[in-house]
Structure formats: C-alpha cells, structure tokens
Design a binder for this molecule. Structure first.
Ligand code: ZN
Length: 485
C-alpha cells in the first residue's frame, strides 16, 4: 500500500475536526443545519490554516444525503455529522465530476480557466450542488475574475463557489463584497502541539512532547507545515520521534548547543564561546542557519522568561549583533568567520567591547532631563500666572513631556500629532517665555511619541523635586478631566 502523507491523513473529515478555527466551524455548522449556506464564500488566511479543507467539507456537506435529510426535518446537526462521510454522495466525493478544484497560482492558461468556469452553467451531473474550489484566487487573470464576478452576481441554480486566498488585499473589492468572508486565524502552538500528539498516538508513534512543541513552533501557525514536518520526522525515525530526531531531520541545531553559546557569551567566557561555536559548526549547518536559530532561541528565552535571572538587555545586545552579522554574512564568502568573530567579540569582557552605548543614554543624560523639566514647569507657571487658570498655553505645556535637554536645546514630546501641531503654532511665544525664565535663549524641538503614557499623572510623577510644589499648583489649577487624553 502506498504511503499516505500525514498531511492528507490529518485532514479534517468533519467540521468538528477543523483545528484552531472554531469561530468558523461553529458558524458554518449553524448555517448548514438551518440550510442557510451562501453560494459564494471567500476563505481568507495564511497557508495551511484550513481554507481548502473547509471548502471541501462544505462542498461535501452541500451534497450529503444525511445533511439534506436533517435539513428537511429541521433537526439540528452536530459538527461531527457535517458531512456524514457515509452516504453515497460523501463516499464518491473525491471522484465527483461536480466538484471542480483548481489553483489559480498554477500555470493554467486563461482559456483553460474560462472553460472550467463555463461548466458552471451546465447542470450538475450527479450531485445536488456543483461546487468550485479555487485556490489563490487573487492570482486569476482579469478575464477569469470577470467571469467569476458574473457567476457570483447572477448565480446559475445549484452552484457554489469557494474562493481561497492568502492575500485578501489583492482580491478585487467587487468580489469581496459579493462573498461571505471567512477569516482563518493562525493556529496557536498550544493547539498544534497537542493535535500532533493525538495524531501520533493514533498512528502508534511515540512522539515526545518536547518534539511536538518544537514542530508546533516551527510551523508558525500553519497546520499543514506542522504535518509536513511531522511526516518528515516520521519517515526518518520510525516508531519514536524525539526532539533530537526533529532537530536532525529538519536540519536544526539543538537548543542545548545554542544555549551553550548564549551562556558563554553572557558569562564573557571567550574560550567556552570558541568551543561552543566550533561544536555548532561541526553539526554541518550553514552559518546563516545557526545565526537564525540563535536569534529565534534568544527570542524564545525572552518570551518564555525561562530564566528570570538573565539580563534581557544583554540578550537584546546579542540579538542585535547577530542580526547585524547576518546582514554582513549574506553574499559574503566567509559567513562562518563573520559569525564566529561576532560571537567572540560579544563574549569579550565589557571594557574591551567597543559597541556604541545605547543611543537614548547618549542623547539625554538624566541630570539634563531634570533641568529641562524644571524649565518646562517654570514656563508653565509663567503662563498660568500671566493668563490665569484657563491659560491655553499652560494647558498645552502640561501635555508636553521633556525627552531631551542638552546644551541649549530642549526636546519635548507629545503623544499625538495634534497636540504637537498646536504646540508648534505657539512656539515663538513659548520660546520667548523660556528665554525669560531660563535667562538665556533655548531652542525647543517638538517630537511626537505615541508610546508616551496617556495620562498627565504619569508625567507628574517625574518632575524635578525642587519644582514639585509649583507643578502641583498648576495641576490643581487645571481641569483634571480635560487634561487626560
Ligand atoms: Zn454524506
């Protein structure tokens, strides 16, 4: 018997088996039960999330005898019964001439596609409903799109269309607006891993849990990719699949090897780093693949917070350096050496490492920020003294956050473009007042930073101590409700 790929065997046979897309299967089960299926669906989502499988299930269900009986008698159907997979129609579905499937991305000629679509006007041969499943519909030619549009607008009796796409933006609005749209989500790792374990159990394969998690992570939300990876490992490893098998089969470097490198770099142990890197190269992997795995591993460590003692700034530094090295490695004749040098440099003791300090620190030393804040509050007071409680300029200054003060340049940031714009409009008057308060001319640079905290109170926690009392007066004098964004 020919070996049947897991990806085919793992395909859902009923709506209840559609993994990770419950929002879709629940809605469709209701529509099937109440016989309210649309004649045109647009299935949207990244590859391997279940679009084509769903289209097939619905095509089958539209023709399933038992589904039809239930619809006539008004009985609610369970997701497990859609379709039944037992009636003649279901059993013959795969060879049915009334189900037309094609991939618009394949090199079919325009005539070919037009001919296939024109069969929609012919009555189904055996089935109740003739179904068309078109993958990657955004790749269709202009003529083909027009034919489909015509078919959807004035559908011949007993025809249904399932248009699948990974790129909704490329599907013409005219098509989108005439279809019922089903949005497929990326399938979370936490859903894929247990599914793989269940599938393996059914196949009598001992899939280790850490191996299932690794495959789920690599699949990046695509069940099809996960099954393909599992298939490859299954073919190589027989009845037991360990994490090591997965790494070997898929050409991955083990987490242990990566952790050795990371540990050596963070411990500033150049000798250990050298040994770990050499070992990684001995696995036969390309430097690019190692660099990529290293970045992924570091990201995973940060995400999982696996080791709370680790300094994330240090990990970020490694990620940045390796990412930069990856750019240099591309097209270079010595990628191995570039990666090795980068890691050795990272493992060098701090004082000899010549990386530039983080830009934020260089641009805005803390003591200057406090001086800048003091000036801003003094100017705010200046305006509320001069214009009274309802001073719009003081109100505006309240919204500004000092994000830099070096020399005679004061940088203030606003959360929104709007406030920054209003502030800029008042800049001449504000700079004049600033010169008066500070006793020297100060240039004010205005920035927009949407990551700033929304509330005025967030800023109030930080003013220079010497000026806190003055700042509090400003706060009390203002309308707290209108100050909050
Ligand atoms: Zn059936």
């Amino acid at each position: 018997m020919a070996y049947e790929a897991l990806y085919t065997r793992g395909r859902p046979k009923t709506l209840s088996q559609l993994v990770g897309q419950e929002h879709i299967s629940n809605a469709l089960a209701k529509a099937v039960s109440s016989d309210r299926l649309s004649h045109a669906y647009l299935l949207v989502g990244t590859r391997g999330t279940g679009k084509t499988s769903t289209a097939r299930l619905l095509s089958k269900a539209m023709n399933c005898d038992r589904v039809h009986e239930a619809q006539l008698s008004g009985r609610m159907l369970n997701k497990k019964e859609i379709p039944c997979n037992k009636c003649d129609s279901c059993l013959n579905f795969d060879s049915s001439p009334d189900n037309v499937e094609f991939d618009a991305a394949s090199n079919r000629s325009v005539e070919d596609v037009t001919r296939l679509l024109s069969t929609a006007y012919l009555a189904p041969l055996r089935a109740r409903v003739k179904t068309f499943i078109i993958d990657e519909v955004h790749m269709l030619s202009f003529e083909a799109v027009n034919s489909i549009l015509k078919l959807i607008e004035e559908p011949p009796p007993n025809v249904a269309f399932f248009l699948a796409t990974t790129e909704i933006n490329k599907v013409p609005m005219t098509i989108r607006s005439r279809c019922q749209v089903l949005n497929f989500r990326l399938i979370p790792q936490q859903t894929i891993a247990p599914y793989l374990l269940r599938l393996a159990r059914r196949l009598n394969v001992n899939l280790h849990e850490d191996a299932s998690k690794k495959i789920a992570r690599l699949a990046e939300g695509s069940m099809r990719d996960a099954l393909t990876y599992l298939d490859q490992c299954y073919a190589m490893a027989d009845k037991e699949i360990t994490l090591e098998n997965v790494n070997e089969t898929l050409g991955l470097i083990s987490d242990e090897s990566l952790d050795e490198i990371i540990a050596a770099v963070t411990a500033k142990d150049r000798a250990a780093c050298g040994r770990a890197v050499t070992k990684a190269f001995q696995s036969g992997l390309a430097a690019n693949a190692i660099a990529e795995s290293l970045i992924t591993r570091l990201r995973d460590i940060e995400f999982d917070g696996l080791d709370s003692r680790k300094n994330f700034a240090e990990l970020d530094r490694i990620i940045d350096a390796v990412r930069k090295a990856t750019g240099e490695m591309y097209g270079s004749g010595i990628p191995d050496i570039i990666l090795e040098m980068t890691l050795m440099k990272l493992a060098a003791p701090a004082q000899t490492f010549d990386a530039a300090p983080p830009p934020a620190q260089a641009a805005a030393p803390t003591e200057n920020l406090d001086a800048g804040r003091k000036i801003l509050y003094d100017v705010t007071n200046f305006f509320s003294d001069k214009e009274g409680e309802s001073s719009t300029t003081a109100f505006l200054l309240d919204k500004a956050v000092v994000t830099g003060f070096a020399g005679d340049v004061l940088t203030v940031s606003f959360k929104t473009e709007t406030w920054a714009g209003v502030f800029k409009g008042n800049l001449p008057a504000i700079e004049q007042a600033t010169a008066q308060v500070a006793g020297r001319a100060i240039k004010i640079v205005v920035n927009v930073d949407s990551s700033l905290p929304p509330s005025f109170l967030g800023k109030m926690a930080e003013p220079a101590r010497s000026n806190l009392a003055g700042a509090m007066q400003v706060f009390q004098a203002s309308d707290a409700a209108k100050i909050n964004d």
